[in-house]
Structures are given as structure tokens and as C-alpha cells.
Design a protein around this ligand. Structure first.
Ligand SMILES: Nc1nc2c(ncn2[C@@H]2O[C@H](COP(=O)(O)OP(=O)(O)OP(=O)(O)O)[C@@H](O)[C@H]2O)c(=O)[nH]1
Length: 372
């Protein structure tokens, strides 16, 4: 550990400048991309670093209250894993600052109360060692469970960055590693920046509901297509009626289901959510007949699937609780598909339009079919 310290010493002054620059960039960048939690975390890390590097009015107090700092930190990480990102410069901004202040206050009250409880237990009592854990270990374990649970449920990069920050915060408190804060914070802030960049990329190029590539990604693909390709436009049949009957949430479930079935396309097809209940599949380098065979399999797979949903006509709560399948019903979903292969001198927009016209014919032909 001492070896690490000595190794980093000559680099420290350069790292400090890099760190300030990185924190500044992260604060602005994360705020710009509505990732306010990372703006706030970067700002908190800066405040923390400056408090120990310089003699600020509260520096001495902080040095004598490391337990309070640990608890406030774990509280902030745990709460940030639960709340959503909201605009920093909106009405939610002050709310986020209030949450941080609340963590500090709760940490203070917790430490005070646990001290009182611990004082009640005599040192000779066999429970004494366990009661000692109340002050720090119990809230730290609780916060780690919240973070782990959120990471498992939400499974996204932002949560992983929060989890890493939390682990480093605890590991440093218990002095399990002895790297200088400049090194740790540089790595952490780089991690935040990377997460915000990757997340923004997915936000721009992935459809949030279905997780399929979005229309913007389709436009990107169009730029790299060669002379030969086939495009299919597809649309869920009678989707408006479906939404009206079962509600928008079930409609969203249908969109996800159709997206997951479409994403299994073979034959080199690439699937995109075009918008609403429309999807596009592009087959680079493939003919219409090759694509049609794969599309027919998709159409059939979706038509054959029986989706179990809540029956909107279910009556009482008792009826719902009566049996497992009461209040449930199965429905079938169908899609119509229009296919067009690129002809000579046609650009992507033209081929897309032809596929859309073919889709219109598929609808006119009674839906649930593939038309050219
Ligand atoms: N649940 C949900 N509904 C959506 C979404 N995007 C679009 N819709 C709905 O999709 C429906 C599209 O309906 P229409 O374009 O009239 O077509 P349709 O009912 O599918 O009829 P046909 O295409 O003629 O078979 C509208 O009711 C939209 O509100 C979405 O993201 N989620």
C-alpha cells in the first residue's frame, strides 16, 4: 500500500489539474444530458476533495466526524439509486439538494440515537459486540442491499456506477486500500463521464420501450447500405382497437412482445422500431424473395403466439382472487408486412416508401399477410 502511495506521488499535481477539469466536464455534460445525479455526485466529490485538501471553514469538523461522512455518503448513494434523474435547473433541482441535506441530517440523528442505545448495554453483556454494529455496519449493509437490489432490477450502467462509488466510499473508510484520492476520484469521474456518454448514445439510438434500434439508427444504417438490399415495413393490425380495449399499458406489452419476436429474424435482417406500432426490417445485400421467406416465418410466429393478458371485463376483486386464471384471457396479435427491394437508382427513402405502399396493400388484402 505504501508502495502505491510512493508510486503516485510524482503524478499527484498533474492528476489534481486533470481531476478538476474532469469534474467540471462531468458536471456540465451530465446536466446537459439530464443525468443530474452524476452532476451532483461530481460536485459532491469536488466539495469532499477540497474540504480535505484546503482548510475550509468546515474542514476540521469533517475530519472529526468521519462516521457521519460515511453514513451521509452511503445514504446519498442508496437514495440516488432509487430516485430518477430530473433536470438540475428545473423545480426538481432544489429537491435533489434537499435530499442530500436530509441524508446528512438522518445520519446525524442515527449516530446520536445509536450512541444512546450502545451506552445502555454494559460491556460485559454478550450482546455488546453486536450492538456496536448498530451505528455504522447496520446502515451500511442496508444501503448496500438497496443498491444491489436496484442494480439487479434496473440493470443499467448508471446503477453500476453508483454501486462502484458506494463500494469505493466504504473501502476507503475502512482503509482497505490506500490509493490517493486524486487517483480514485479521477477513475471514478472518468467512469461517470463514460457512463453518461454511453447512456446518451443509447438514448439517441435505442428505442426505450422495445430496446430495438430507433429510427435514427435506421437512418444511420441507410448511409452504409450498398446497391442491393430489401426493406420491409410492418405494422401491428388493429392496434388502436387493442389499445382502446385493453389500455395503453397492455398495448406497450404487445409492442415489446412483437419487438422481441421480430428481433429473432434470421437471414441477415436488422430490426428497427420505426415509430408507434410500425417496425422496419432491412436485409442488406439480400433479394426480396430471400427476405420474404424470413418475414413469412416472423408473421407466422407472431400470429401463432397466444398472449395472456388481463381481461378488461373482469368484475370483482373476489373474482380476481378466486383462481389463478380468472380475469385472464389469451389474445392473438397479427402483423401486416410490406416488402420492397431496391431497384436501380433508387435511394433509401424511395425504397422505404415502396415498402410502405406494399404495407398499405397488405392491410387492404385483409391484414396478417406479406405483400410486395
Ligand atoms: N400502447 C401504445 N400505443 C401506441 C404507441 N405508439 C402508437 N400507439 C398507438 O397505435 C395506434 C395506431 O393506430 P392506427 O394507426 O389507427 O392503426 P391500427 O389501429 O393499427 O389499424 P390498422 O393499422 O389499419 O390495422 C394508435 O392508437 C396509437 O395511439 C405506443 O408506444 N404504445
Amino acid at each position: 500500500m505504501v508502495h502505491f502511495q510512493a508510486f503516485w506521488q510524482p503524478w499527484q499535481h498533474i492528476l489534481v489539474n486533470v481531476l478538476y477539469a474532469l469534474i467540471g466536464i462531468t458536471i456540465v455534460f451530465a446536466a446537459q444530458f439530464s443525468r443530474s445525479r452524476f452532476s451532483l455526485l461530481a460536485a459532491l466529490w469536488l466539495l469532499f476533495y477540497l474540504s480535505f485538501e484546503y482548510t475550509l471553514p468546515w474542514s476540521a469538523w469533517l475530519k472529526n466526524h468521519k462516521d457521519w461522512m460515511l453514513l451521509t455518503g452511503v445514504g446519498v448513494f442508496a437514495l440516488f439509486s432509487v430516485i430518477k434523474d430530473r433536470g438540475l435547473f428545473s423545480v426538481h433541482g432544489p429537491g435533489r439538494l434537499l435530499i442530500i441535506a436530509m441524508c446528512g441530517l438522518i445520519a446525524h440523528v442515527w449516530l446520536w440515537a445509536s450512541e444512546l442505545i450502545i451506552a445502555q448495554v454494559p460491556k460485559t453483556d454478550p450482546a455488546y459486540d453486536y450492538v456496536q454494529l448498530l451505528a455504522l455496519e447496520v446502515p451500511v449493509v442496508f444501503a448496500s442491499m438497496v443498491l444491489l437490489w436496484q442494480s439487479l432490477v434496473k440493470a443499467n450502467l448508471l446503477l453500476s456506477a453508483l454501486l462502484v462509488s458506494f463500494i469505493i466510499w466504504c473501502v476507503q473508510y475502512y482503509q482497505l486500500i490506500a490509493l490517493p484520492w486524486e487517483v480514485i476520484l479521477t477513475v471514478l469521474v472518468c467512469h461517470y463521464l463514460l457512463v453518461v456518454i454511453i447512456d446518451s448514445y443509447f438514448l439517441a439510438y435505442r428505442d426505450e420501450l422495445t430496446a430495438l434500434p430507433s429510427r435514427r439508427a435506421l437512418n444511420q444504417l441507410a448511409l452504409s447500405l450498398g446497391r442491393k438490399y430489401t426493406v420491409a415495413m410492418m405494422d401491428i393490425d388493429h392496434f388502436k382497437k387493442f389499445n382502446d380495449t385493453y389500455g395503453h399499458d397492455i398495448g406497450d406489452q404487445v409492442l415489446k412482445l412483437v419487438a422481441s419476436k421480430l428481433s429473432k429474424v434470421r437471414g441477415g435482417g436488422k430490426v428497427y422500431r420505426y415509430g408507434g406500432e410500425e417496425f422496419t426490417v432491412v436485409f442488406p445485400g439480400k433479394s426480396a424473395s430471400h427476405a420474404a421467406a424470413e418475414l413469412e416465418k416472423l408473421r407466422q410466429a407472431i400470429a401463432d403466439y397466444k398472449m395472456v393478458i388481463r381481461d378488461p371485463n373482469r368484475k370483482t376483486k373476489q373474482a380476481r382472487n378466486g383462481s389463478k386464471n380468472k380475469g385472464m384471457k389469451t389474445v392473438s396479435i397479427t402483423i401486416s408486412i410490406g416488402v420492397a427491394a431496391r431497384g436501380s437508382k433508387q435511394n433509401f427513402d424511395r425504397v422505404l416508401k415502396l415498402a410502405d405502399e406494399a404495407l398499405y396493400r397488405a392491410k387492404k388484402n385483409g391484414r396478417n399477410n406479406v405483400s410486395y
